[in-house]
Structure formats: C-alpha cells, structure tokens
Design a protein around this ligand. Structure first.
Ligand SMILES: Cc1ncc(COP(=O)(O)O)c(C=O)c1O
Length: 379
C-alpha cells in the first residue's frame, strides 16, 4: 500500500510502513538488532546515500515506528529518541544558540523546565516563563532574540491549555519556531502540526508505549527543521534502541482502542469526583467546569486520563496522605499512560492529588477512590 492510501489513524497504526515483503512476509516486522548495515560496493561509484548504514543514525525497526508517528502527526518526518527528555532536549537544542531567548509555559513538565533554566542557562540561553493562559502573554514575553516558543498543552499536573492556533500564528508572524509537548493528548487526539506548530514531541514511555515497559520519546515535524533535530540526535547519540522501537510499535497498535477505555473511565471518575463533598476542585479538560473546556474541544478530538483534584482539607494535609495510603488499586508513582492506575502527590504538604485511571474496571476504581474519600469527609 502507498502512504497516500492511509487516510485515517486506525489504518496508519495498523499497517503503514509494515511492508511485509521487506521482511519475509512477516506480519510483525522484526527487531533489527544490529549496529551496522554493510554498504554495497557500488556505492563507491554511484554516490547514492543508503537509508541504513550505522545504528546511531538510523535503524529499520526504529524507522517503522517513526513513519507511523509522522503520519499520525500529519508531519513529514519523525525521529525517535531514547527517552521523552531526549526528544524534548533535542527539539530545544536544535533551535537555540548562545545569546538566544526562549519563551516557555511555566506549567511544562518539571525536568523540561529544569533543562531550559539550568542546562541552557549555562550556555547563555535565557528562558522566560509565562502562564500561557492568553496569547498576549507570549506577545509581551517575546524579545528580538527569541528563537523558540515551548508549549505543553494540556499540561500534566494542573491540565492547563494554550491556544495552539493563536500562539503558532503569532510565532510564524515573528519568525519564531514553536514546539509542543503533546504527550497527554497523544497524536490521536491532538495534531498540533495541522494547527501551525513546528515540532510536536511525545514521551513514548506513557500512552504510546502504553504497557509501562519502555522509556522512549519522539519528535515530529517538517524539513528543514527536522534535519536540525536529526543532527542533534546524531551528535548527542540519543537514538531509540531497536528493541524499544519494536515494543513502541507493538504498544502503538492498540493506542486508539486503549485511549477510548482510558477516556471513558477518566470522564466517569472526574464527574464523580466533582460531586463528592471531600473534593473542592477537579482539573480535567473534559469537564464542562474546566475553564478552558471550549478551547479544549476546539483543538482536541478527545480527552485522555491523567487528571488532578484538590481535597477539601486545606488545614490538614495529613488527610491527603491518609487518602493516598488507603487506596488499594492505585499504586503510587510519578508516571501515567500505562495499563495500570496510579496516584501521585506533588509534595508532602500538598492537598492536590494526581491520578491516572488505567484499564481496570471503572466501578472498581471509583469504589476505591470513594471509600478513601469518605474517610477524608469523616476526618
Ligand atoms: C508530560 C511529559 N513530558 C515528558 C516526559 C519525559 O518523558 P521520559 O520519562 O520518557 O523522558 C514526561 C515524563 O513523565 C512527561 O510526563
């Protein structure tokens, strides 16, 4: 099948780039567990570049994964990395040099913020952080030397959004590159490149992998920007390993069906949490009460599962710890996107709790949360 026959996400996920005939008609393409492909001797005469030569530059298994993600993102190219942070740092490094300035949203993933402030700071790149609630904030923060606007929408602790179309249009007008962490929505529910963003980034360790068994990342975009990202990957040496790429492809096959189940449970849990007396606020873009719900609907096709909420126990954060301790079905861990439900608390004195609703039965999960919340009400 030709790439232009793949018009929708389910077909892309299921068949694009699998190319049975290149792999002895195997329906599952193999793990190319090799560092080197020998070059045909004719290459000395014809000078034609070969797609696969050395494993730090490219690998056939990794390439299948990349082609699927590029198609899902409606981008010309995708490049896979050994972690989400590898993808984020490469996308940023490809667009800054000493003396440049970055505008980033303050609710970005913590280590991405740390990278911008502390790592890039060492090399003379300055970052201004904005809440990102309104496009005017970006407009005010832009300087003559701004080369990059870094977004994360929705963010993954308080689930705030940026108006992707407006920020991308502003950046285009000023000749500034835009990059977005698109991990929460996944390329199935949000396609930033079609809204004018230059680079869309994912931690594959979350939903795309989906089984809590790999650490991986990916950047999607168009030439010539992606050539710069490729250079960073080549010289910093951050390519994804072939075994992880194979697992990422396997995880990706069920992304769309898994998301449906995660989304249904998350919406059910978010609505129930909102109605519970022990909860003062729920942060979930799928709820009508979310201040940016209309914006969310205008730029996403669906809502996934991590969400956070605040407990009604401001005077006694110990209640939050009691609540978490009593949960039976939510393991405590700072991750999400896998099959298993998880809970995390940002700090010892926090009354905010983040949960990821996994693929367990939604009543099982709600009953677990409810019995623990009832304790908070009882004090
Ligand atoms: C929103 C977001 N972006 C990026 C990352 C980094 O991904 P990785 O852990 O694969 O480096 C994470 C990890 O938790 C994340 O939650």
């Amino acid at each position: 099948m030709e790439p232009n026959e793949f018009l929708n996400d389910s077909d892309i996920i299921t068949h694009l780039a699998d190319e049975y005939s290149s792999h002895n008609d195997a329906v599952v393409p193999p793990v190319y567990m090799n560092s080197l492909h020998v070059i045909p001797k004719e290459a000395m005469d014809d000078g034609k570049p070969r797609p696969f030569v050395y494993g730090r530059n490219s690998n056939p298994t990794v390439s299948i994964f990349e082609r699927k993600i590029a198609a899902l993102e409606r981008a010309g190219r995708a490049l896979a990395f050994a972690s989400g942070m590898g993808a984020i740092s490469a996308a940023i490094l490809a667009n800054v040099k000493s003396g440049d300035h970055v505008v980033a949203v303050e609710t970005s993933y913590g280590p991405a913020k740390f990278f911008l402030e502390n790592q890039l700071g060492k090399f003379g790149v300055e970052t201004s952080f904005v809440t990102g609630d309104d496009v005017s904030q970006f407009e005010k923060a832009i300087r003559k030397n701004t080369t990059l606007i870094y977004l994360e929408s929705p963010s993954t602790m308080v689930f705030k959004l940026q108006d992707i179309r407006k920020v991308a249009a502003l950046a285009k007008e000023r000749g500034i590159v835009t990059a977005i962490d698109n991990s929460w929505a996944t390329p199935v529910y949000q396609k930033p490149i079609t809204m004018g963003v230059d680079l869309s980034i994912h931690t594959v360790s979350k939903y795309i992998g989906g089984h809590s068994d790999i650490i991986a990342g990916v950047v999607a975009g168009n030439a010539p920007l992606m050539d710069k990202v490729h250079q960073v990957r080549e010289f910093y040496g951050g390519i994804l390993g072939p075994m992880e790429a194979w697992l990422a492809i396997r995880g990706l096959r069920t992304l769309k069906v898994r998301l449906k189940a995660h989304a249904e449970t998350a919406m059910y849990i978010a609505s129930n949490l909102e109605a519970h007396p022990a909860v003062s606020r729920v942060h979930y873009p799928g709820l009508k009460s979310h201040p940016q719900h209309e914006l969310a609907k205008s730029q996403m096709e669906g809502f996934t599962s991590p969400l956070s909420f605040e407990l009604n126990c401001m005077s006694n954060p110990a209640q939050t710890r009691l609540f978490v301790r009593r949960l039976k079905w939510f393991g405590m861990g700072p991750s999400w996107g896998g099959f298993e439900s998880l809970v995390s608390v940002p700090g010892k004195d926090s009354t905010m709790v983040r949960i990821h609703t996994g693929l367990e039965d939604k009543e099982t999960l709600w009953n677990d949360l409810k019995s623990s919340l009832d304790l908070v009400v009882q004090g």
